[in-house]
Write a protein that binds this ligand. Structure first.
Ligand SMILES: [Zn+2]
Length: 284
């Protein structure tokens, strides 16, 4: 991609981003850099994203293989019902004023990409560079950034909604970045999420049963939960798709695939709990 095209895509995002080092506003230079008033400079990549984790390539624990596997299962529709549920929550709770939506921990960018047709300005951030490389490949108007989600490079009150799908939360930062009345849409795995894979490797796991109680409890301590929907379905799965699931989930990341007997699995269960939550104090 020509850098001019990338600059064009990020034009107008200066009001959303802020310098992660000194918190000052940015200007977007024609040459393809975000430059803050103190001179900190972050370059746009010709691949179509900006890297705010200066001096490092971001979190490299998650390789390309993982995000490409995720892309496979997303493209083949396994998460389409989850997307519809997220879209419904978004439609119901997105406030009328601010148009920016931040997907915090976007992975390969499925939800960010699919919400682009809502007319909102979508920003997708992840601390893994491979995730952002994967996300920005077909991202359309979505602005992708490698960023530390414990120090989000976005101004106070700059987003109307934050998506946080199967990804760790930083509630202090979410409360700061959300505009007053802004909504956090968070999805966490339900008890039966990928249960066929869990059963398959059960004796190798420290907890055979998954519980999301801690995650939900932590959210309830930090935000007011206004809505909670549960979605669960089982879809038939081919061997190739099953292998993609196996590669993409942290559940099996320490167990080589050849040590798991996947031969009897014919379907895969997706179980998610989707929340809409608000921060009563508005901007901290
Ligand atoms: Zn700065």
């Amino acid at each position: 991609m020509k850098i001019k095209t990338v600059v064009q895509k990020f034009r107008g995002s200066e009001d959303f981003f802020r310098c992660p080092i000194c918190k000052k506003p940015f200007s977007l230079e024609e040459t393809g850099s975000f430059l803050c008033t103190n001179g900190h400079c972050f370059d746009l990549s010709a691949k179509g994203y900006v890297n705010f984790l200066s001096g490092s390539g971001g979190d490299e624990r998650y390789g390309r293989d993982l995000f490409e596997s995720r892309k496979t299962v997303f493209e083949e529709g396994f998460y389409a019902p989850v997307l519809e549920a997220v879209r419904a929550v978004f439609g119901e709770y997105m406030p009328a004023g601010p148009r920016a939506v931040l997907d915090a921990g976007c992975g390969e960018g499925y939800y960010a990409r699919m919400l682009a047709d809502t007319g909102a300005d979508i920003y997708a951030m992840d601390n893994a560079r491979e995730a952002i490389l994967s996300a920005c490949r077909e991202s359309g108007d979505v602005r992708c950034a490698v960023a530390d989600l414990a120090n989000i490079p976005a101004g106070n009150g700059s987003a109307g909604a934050i998506l946080n799908i199967l990804s760790p939360a930083n509630y202090g930062e979410f409360a700061r970045v959300l505009a007053p009345g802004g909504v956090l849409i968070k999805a966490v795995p339900g008890k039966h999420y990928l249960r066929e894979l869990r059963q398959c490797v059960a004796e190798r796991l420290s907890h055979a049963e998954y519980s999301n109680e801690k995650i939900i409890g932590h959210m309830a301590e930090n935000a007011d939960i206004a809505d909670h929907r549960s979605i669960e379905y089982t879809l038939p799965v081919s061997e190739r798709q099953l292998r993609a699931f196996y590669r993409m989930t942290p559940l099996t990341s320490r167990i080589p695939m050849k040590e798991a007997d996947l031969s009897r699995i014919r379907g895969i269960t997706v179980h998610m709990e989707i929340f809409a939550a608000f921060f009563p104090g508005g901007v901290l």
